[in-house]
Design a protein around this ligand. Structure first.
Ligand code: BTN
Length: 267
């Protein structure tokens, strides 16, 4: 990562004003949580070229070879109760979708040939394959959010043929779509600019239209799905996302359930 280039290109006031870059780190989320505990301000950004213990959702590891993709965490200090965490994370997925859309529009002659969509809770997909994952981790104080770390892993320059076999069929990278490498510094600046642009108004509106906006890009609503939770697996129909950002589904036995964490796939 060329940090000087990032500092030159960055047009934000708060997001990235405090920018920590590590050639290698355990996990940008873990490092940002540590900085949050030490009192780092909102908008602090932690960036790396390689994570030794990159964290994915559901205790998985996040795969990213050195120096190819975007591995970044941003520290938020939203003035919200803990019930807002999931909704804020959905808002972040909406923003990543917007950055990808902008990027494809400016860099690809065939933007219309590609679909960008969201998969609950916060995967971003291109042509139904995962291009970005988001992991939010919070520090809570009584009922309030003291700090919320949003970690973004975005597959930019690792072609799918170089991904591990287990994820090859379900993953994609921007380089596969564009046929040329993505400038990581520029992509990061676009992401931070959109984050800053939207975050203030999201806070002011209490994340009012987030769920509605998120649902517009989710093709799974109304579809048969397999739901995996720590408690096991079941099949059902994806019905809705509730006001907290939870998955609402109906099991094949007709029971309506709401889920705040887990994973779904097409049945
Ligand atoms: C997922 O499982 O979909 C979420 C993946 C999130 C990965 C990113 S990479 C940067 C940040 N630091 C981490 O350790 N994880 C997140």
């Amino acid at each position: 990562m060329n940090i000087d280039q990032i500092k030159q290109k960055l047009q934000t006031n708060i997001f990235g004003d405090k920018l920590f870059y590590y050639e290698e780190v355990d996990s940008t989320n873990a490092r940002t949580l540590q900085l949050a505990r030490e009192g780092a301000p909102e908008g602090t950004v932690v960036l790396t070229d390689f994570q030794k213990k990159g964290k994915g959702r559901l205790n998985r590891t996040w795969f990213a070879p050195k120096g190819e993709n975007l591995l970044v965490s941003v520290l938020l200090r939203p003035e919200q109760e803990i019930t807002a965490v999931q909704k804020i994370t959905l808002a972040m997925a909406n923003i990543v979708l917007e950055v990808l859309d902008k990027h494809l529009k400016s860099e690809s002659k065939t933007r219309e040939a590609h679909t960008i969509s969201l998969k609950w809770p916060n995967d971003v997909l291109i042509d139904h394959k995962k291009v970005a994952g988001i992991l939010s981790e919070s520090i809570l104080k009584e009922k309030h959010i003291e700090a919320l770390v949003i970690g973004f892993g975005i597959n930019l320059n690792t072609p799918v043929k170089q991904m591990p076999d287990e994820i090859k069929a379900t993953t994609i990278s921007l380089i596969d779509i564009l046929g040329k490498p993505v400038n990581r510094e520029r992509f990061l600046c676009e992401l931070l600019l959109l984050l800053e642009k939207h975050y203030t108004s999201l806070e002011r509106s209490n994340y009012k239209n987030v769920v509605k906006q998120w649902k517009k890009h989710c093709p799974d609503i109304g579809q048969k799905i397999i739901i995996t939770t720590p408690g096991g697996q079941e099949t059902g129909t994806f019905q809705d996302i509730n006001k907290f950002g939870y998955l609402v589904y109906q099991t094949d036995d007709g029971i309506r359930k709401e889920l705040n964490a887990g994973e779904i796939r097409k049945a």
